[in-house]
Design a protein around this ligand. Sequence first.
Ligand code: NAD
Ligand code: WQD
Length: 344
Amino acid sequence: MKKILVTGGTGYIGSHTVVALQQKGYEVVVLDNLSNSEYGVLDGIERITGVRPTFENVDLRDKERTAEVFQSHTDIKAVIHFAASKAVGESVGMPLEYYENNIGGMLNLLSAMRTYKVPNIVFSSSCTVYGQPKQLPVTEEEPVKPALSPYGNTKQIGEEILRDTVKAHPGLKAISLRYFNPVGAHESALIGELPKGVPLNLLPFITQTAIGLREQLKVYGKDYNTVDGTCVRDYIHVVDLANAHIIAAERMLDHNGEDAYEYFNLGTGTGSSVLQVIQAFEKVSGQALNYVFVERRAGDVEQIWADTQRANEVLGWKAEKGLEEMVRTAWLWEQHVRKQVHTV
Ligand code: NAD
Ligand code: WQD
């Protein structure tokens, strides 16, 4: 059984990937400092898969402890690296903390991988590297723009660090996956997105409004040059996203890659406006959502969706779940979470 280390494995996308890995028979070691996730996520993973992954409560900023994880698990074949801070707005006010966590943590991880000769890494990148692209759908050939935020910059720099490192160290391979907008939850509703405080992202705000935790959704802007005046994004189901990580890891494990460093867009290839997401939610939940139009949010790109041809053809991966499935599972998860809160 091949052993895979998942950093950030109790987080939103990480936990779904751990489930998918275990269901495919991989042995998983989760490394997380629980700064943005809960220990109880491991219970959800265990209930879905019947297996509790090994858990290392380690902060990647701690170089020694990070190295110790590799020392005690000598046979790790690949790392899937999710651990990072991800709040775009927060990063503007805390650039040093973001660079320290996202870049410092990654450097410690790569250094330990080199010492312990672990040859493969999958990296969580983001469509934020494109800013507002000139051409839609956006391909991987679109130039990376000057970052709109320190957070976005950590993704660009992270990709550059990987490119330079694989060049210098033959034997090391890396794949960056540029996610568009991950949403939804596992069908079981036993794991999902758990934002701390007031959610900044659209879908958790919608479901928290519908459940009565927030009064009203603010829709940021209605005068964009889009289908209905609201911003357009490429929402992608987190389970589809999780599966892509396994394919990427296997591509390196099976030596199928053409280059030591590769990068792929992960989206559905379809854009949805904010109003279309709201309509899909109202349809699957059977309830009207309380929302109001307000001013544009500073820094929002008007519209972006992915050209997924490279991921489709080279990885052989394609998103299977549509918008209704995304909002349906997000809503199931929200109801599950609130039930837990009320019964504790
Ligand atoms: P998340 O916050 O749910 O998961 C990240 C996990 O990393 C958390 O469990 C957190 O506790 C852990 N972590 C953070 N810093 C750490 C450190 N120094 N040491 C150990 N653990 C640490 O976020 P997510 O939505 O699952 O995102 C996963 C990755 O995907 C991140 O790198 C994020 O930047 C990237 N990404 C996310 C989105 C999105 O919209 N969710 C989009 C594009 C890219
Ligand atoms: C989606 C749409 C909002 C909240 C962010 C990061 C990006 C990436 C994905 C990590 C936008 C609108 C939202 C609300 C709204 N993350 N909206 N009311 O902005 O595409 O991307 O997450 O890499 O880097 O910037 O996602 O979910 O915040 O917004 O009207 O209360 O919903 O204006 O059009 P975004 P989002």
